[in-house]
Ligand binder design. Structure first.
Ligand code: SAM
Length: 244
C-alpha cells in the first residue's frame, strides 16, 4: 500500500512574544532554566480577545507552541549534533530538541505570570521561556501536572539539568550596570542566571585559555570572559549608545 503525500498545513500565529533575548546566542537551551526572564505575548486579531483566555489564571504553567522563525530557511537533516553530547555525536532529529527540524515547531513549558488588557491589547506575561524576541506563538495550552509530569521519566543523553557555572562581575561592570539599567539588581540576576548556563559553544567550553564573548539582553550589550570553568562580566554598554 502506498501512502499519498498529505496537503501542506498552514499555521496562523496567535501573537508574538517579546523577550529579553535579542539574539540566539546565550538563550537557555531549554525552558525553566532561567526563571528570572519574563516575556510578554501580544496577540493579533481575532485572538486579541480576552474571552480566549478565560480561566487561564487557574494554571501555574502553560505550554507554548511556537515557530523557530529565525532558522526556518536552513531546513532540516535526519541527524543532528546536540550540544549536550559535546557537539560531535549525532542522534536522530526526533531524538533531539534541535531547532533544525521539519516544520520548525518548538514546544516550551513556561510559568504563567499575568494576563492584562491595555487599550484593547491583550497580553500574557510568562516566565522562564527559552524563546528569541519576536518568536511567533502558534498555540497555548494549560500544563496539566497529572498528565504532563512524569518524575520517573528517562531523560536519555540529557537526563540532568546542566551544572551552573560560577559568574562574577568586575567592579567596572557593576558601575556600568547601575548607570544603565533602571532595575540593576533584577538585571544582574538575569545576566547571572543566563551566563551560569554556560552559553559557550561546546567546542569552545572545552578550551582552557581565556576567551571573550558578548551577549545582548534587553537594551544592554554584555561583555564577558571565560577561563576554564569560570565566567566574568567585564563590561556593559547600552546598545543604542553603541550604535549612535
Ligand atoms: N523548548 C525548545 C523545544 O524543544 O522546542 C528548546 C529547544 S531549542 C534547542 C532552544 C534554542 O532555540 C534556544 O537556546 C535558542 O537558541 C533557539 N531559539 C529560540 N527561539 C528561536 C527562534 N524563534 N528561532 C530560532 N531559534 C530559536
Amino acid at each position: 500500500m502506498t501512502t499519498t503525500e498529505p496537503a501542506p498545513i498552514s499555521l496562523q500565529p496567535l501573537g508574538i512574544i517579546h523577550t529579553p533575548y535579542k539574539q540566539k546566542f546565550a538563550i537557555p537551551r531549554q525552558p525553566g532554566l532561567v526563571s528570572e526572564a519574563i516575556g510578554e505575548i501580544r496577540f493579533f486579531s481575532p485572538f486579541n480577545d480576552i474571552n480566549c483566555f478565560r480561566g487561564i489564571e487557574q494554571f501555574s504553567h502553560l505550554w507554548l507552541l511556537f515557530r523557530f522563525h529565525q532558522v526556518q530557511e536552513r531546513g532540516w537533516k535526519p541527524t543532528v549534533r546536540p550540544p549536550r553530547l559535546g557537539g560531535n555525536q549525532r542522534v536522530g532529529v526526533f531524538a533531539s530538541r534541535s531547532t533544525h527540524r521539519p516544520n520548525g515547531l518548538g514546544l516550551s513549558v513556561v510559568e504563567f505570570v499575568s494576563l492584562k488588557t491595555d487599550k484593547g491589547q491583550v497580553s500574557l506575561q510568562v516566565r522562564g521561556m527559552d524563546l528569541l524576541d519576536g518568536t511567533p506563538i502558534v498555540d497555548i495550552k494549560p500544563y496539566l501536572p497529572y498528565a504532563d509530569a512524569h518524575p520517573g521519566a528517562a531523560g536519555g543523553f540529557a537526563s540532568q539539568a546542566p551544572q551552573p557555572v560560577p559568574v562574577r562581575f568586575s567592579a567596572d561592570a557593576m558601575i556600568q550596570l547601575e548607570q544603565l539599567s533602571p532595575e540593576p539588581d533584577k538585571m544582574q540576576r538575569l545576566i547571572q542566571a543566563v551566563l551560569a548556563q554556560d552559553p559557550r559553544p561546546a567546542y569552545k567550553s572545552s578550551q582552557s585559555r581565556p576567551q571573550s564573548f558578548a551577549i545582548r539582553l534587553d537594551n544592554l550589550n554584555i561583555h564577558w570572559q571565560s577561563e576554564q570553568n569560570r565566567i566574568e562580566v567585564v563590561g556593559i554598554e547600552n546598545i543604542c549608545a553603541e550604535k549612535a
